[in-house]
Design a protein around this ligand. Structure first.
Ligand code: HEC
Length: 272
């Protein structure tokens, strides 16, 4: 079985954000944007945008234009004189605001038909709000301060056990409940999993079992089997550092373990 890196380790403190972005009409006011989760926004940008866009002042155009000073600009207005925009994007009458960006990123192909930004899908909520806020901060378009990020101190000595090297991750995983929602063509299944100190995984569903182990990249890899869906097993890995700031929500990350399956994971406090 191939190890799959979780596609979107969106570690959201996101319940509140989800509520504010559920409806398309929500106004992305400064108050809302300045509260967005910087880490989620950065991760979303790195995963979805950074292959084609740089952000910093003086950055180069890649497949897409550098985005410095994007807010308030219009595609093709001379902000990036070297970049050749599509006629579709230039003619769309866009002047970028947070709300306009929100509409575009939700479904670029539908929002501006025939534009040349080839992304496989729009950016889902609530990541979109965090992504826009992050982009504004990094392109000189925000008037609120960059948040101070909690630093995670990591002991690089691999001879030590992970409970010593990643104590907050360890405590979080070993004392709380992981909630999964697996969505397939046949419907959805919700189950809970408990990662145990002995390397096993148990579940509130008797048929589901699994095991975990850290790998030599400091990823935490685990397998679940006996799932009530097709496929009935999955393997995933994620960087332990990404989970070292404990957060709780029903939905913190999303992955596509195999074609046609979306898996949503979250962490709930405590265990029965
Ligand atoms: C595969 C490459 C690619 C990816 C990935 C990509 N873009 Fe783009 N982007 C482009 C291209 C190309 C254009 C210009 C499109 C056109 O002219 O039709 C563009 C245009 C834009 C514009 C308008 C720029 C301007 O000067 O007005 C914004 C804003 C933007 N992208 C943001 C994003 C964000 C945010 C993401 C991540 C969610 C993203 N893009 C992902 C290639 C990409």
């Amino acid at each position: 079985m191939t190890m799959r890196i979780i596609a979107s380790l969106a570690l959201a403190g996101a319940a509140a954000l989800a509520a504010t972005t559920a409806a398309a009409q929500v106004q992305l006011t400064r108050a809302v944007l300045s509260q967005a989760d910087y880490v989620i926004g950065r991760r979303a940008f790195q995963m979805r945008c950074s292959a084609c866009h740089s952000l910093a002042e003086g950055g180069t155009d890649l497949t897409g234009p550098n985005l410095w000073a994007i807010m308030g600009s219009a595609p093709g207005d001379g902000r990036r004189p070297e970049f050749v925009y599509s006629d579709a994007l230039r003619a769309a009458g866009i002047r970028w605001t947070a709300d306009r960006m929100d509409r575009f990123l939700a479904d670029p192909a539908k929002d501006v038909p025939a534009n040349r930004m080839a992304v496989p899908e729009g950016v889902p909520s609530p990541d979109r709000l965090a992504l826009i806020a992050f982009m504004m901060l990094e392109t000189g378009g925000a008037d609120w301060p960059r948040p101070e990020l909690p630093t995670v101190v990591i002991d690089k000595d691999r001879s030590k056990p992970i409970e010593e090297r990643f104590p907050s991750f360890w405590n979080h995983m070993m004392s709380n409940t992981v909630r999964y929602r697996m969505v397939t063509a046949d419907g959805e299944q919700v189950f809970r999993a408990y990662f145990n100190r002995d390397g096993s995984i148990s579940s509130d569903n008797d048929k589901i079992r699994g095991f975990w182990r850290p790998d030599d990249r400091d990823f935490f890899c685990y397998a679940l089997y006996g799932l009530p869906t097709k496929p009935d097993q999955l393997v995933e890995c994620f960087p332990m550092v990404a989970m070292s700031i404990p957060r709780f929500a029903e939905q913190l990350w999303e992955s596509k373990p195999v074609a046609g399956v979306r898996l949503f994971g979250g962490i709930l406090p405590g265990r029965p």
